[in-house]
Write a protein that binds this ligand. Sequence first.
Ligand code: CTP
Length: 459
Amino acid sequence: METLEKGKFVGKGIIKVITYGTFDLFHEGHYRLLQRAKALGDYLIVGVTTETYDRARGKLNVVDSLATRIENVKKTGFADEIITEETQGQKFNDIKKFHVDIFTVGSDWTGTFDYLKDYCQVIYLERTRNISSTMLREQKQQIQRIGIIGTGRIAGRFLVEAKLVSGCSVQAAYNPHPGSAAKFAQKWGIDAYLDIEDFFSVVDVVYIASPHETHYNYIKAALEHGKHVLCEKPMVMQGIQAEKLFKYAKERGLILFEGIKTAYCPGFSRLLGIACSGTIGSVRNVEACFTKLEAPDTRELTDQKYGGSFTELGSYCMLPVLKLFGKDYEKLEFETIRGENGLDLFTKISLRYFGGIATATCGLGVKSEGRLLIAGTKGYIVAEAPWWKTAYFEVHYEEPGKVEKYSESFLGDGLRYEISDFLSMINGSSDNGFKLTRGESIALAEIMEKFLETEDRIL
Ligand code: CTP
């Protein structure tokens, strides 16, 4: 027998109980659950979910950090051991590993864990009424009323995804064209406005999904009206405009956030984490390619001033390059293949850095293999298309058989991740998101500008 700190004995004959939870904004329901779980046996193990696991299973609204949640569970004094729950399927392994006799959770999960009955006893404890982390989050958080500028395809997708993120509600849409506004309002059951002043008066934050060239003026107007802004990529196409807007937002204590969904998805964050960890040594080459064939009459291939493959897809391809090599490139070159109307159908951008090189390839009229390849001095990381919705990637080394495989979930259209990060920034966690910094957004705008200059498109 082994003596534990609390004077309890572990060994033959003791009853081990295990329970799991997020335990966010620790409340009475959690306390009572742990108290009763402990009373079921002699030794209680509590599994607290990690941030990565919560994000992977689509729980994007957790407020407390893992450390705080663990600390709160510890303070109750009921847990003999605290572990973290990091992956799906872990419960089954924990039960075997810790020789668990009883698995228990609240009655909101009744039936869900019956599959564990072959390995231990499963007990659903009655949930404490009228209290939950969700309720507390809603009381704590002001619900942000979102207004959408622009009523195209992406605006519809945004609406669907925003419904899955707590702390916000899409309230209104604005489009100066009466037909489009009315159609959108009818389809999605929200109010559409033709007058921008009326629109600003009913919303707290603005999502901009209008044509690229209108972004600057809409962002400026929204900031002038005291609204936080989430703007679709490319946010703007001139470095100076991006700088001005960020400065303007900062002076007013507002958040300005560029929506490149790849930057916020859990799989891409994990990939970057591994690339920066030294696992593949020093990064020497980044190759990112994203192509999709578009019909010749779409806006992307007809807008003479702002259309083409690079303005459309360049933000995605440049993202891993800027994240891994930074903004201080030594050389930048574009090669393009143009369509009959002069717009670029296929663009390759080559960058030289001190110690590394990169290429970003975008196509709307040429199809290629979409891939993200990051080569280092010890190995390489490869993510196949759609790597911009990173769900799977591999790490390879010199030995051909040595391959590490990573997968992460990418739910729905992935916009939920950026909306959730945007709301966290508004709610005060930071005003310069590390997943896409202001400096990186400015660098992207500068690169767009250089591209349009080489194309002789006057801004
Ligand atoms: N629990 C409970 N009574 C409550 C709330 C939670 O017994 N009023 C239990 C849950 O059933 C679970 C454990 O506490 O076994 C941890 O639950 P967790 O999901 O962290 O808490 P919730 O308040 O349910 O969180 P959310 O609102 O985010 O779902």
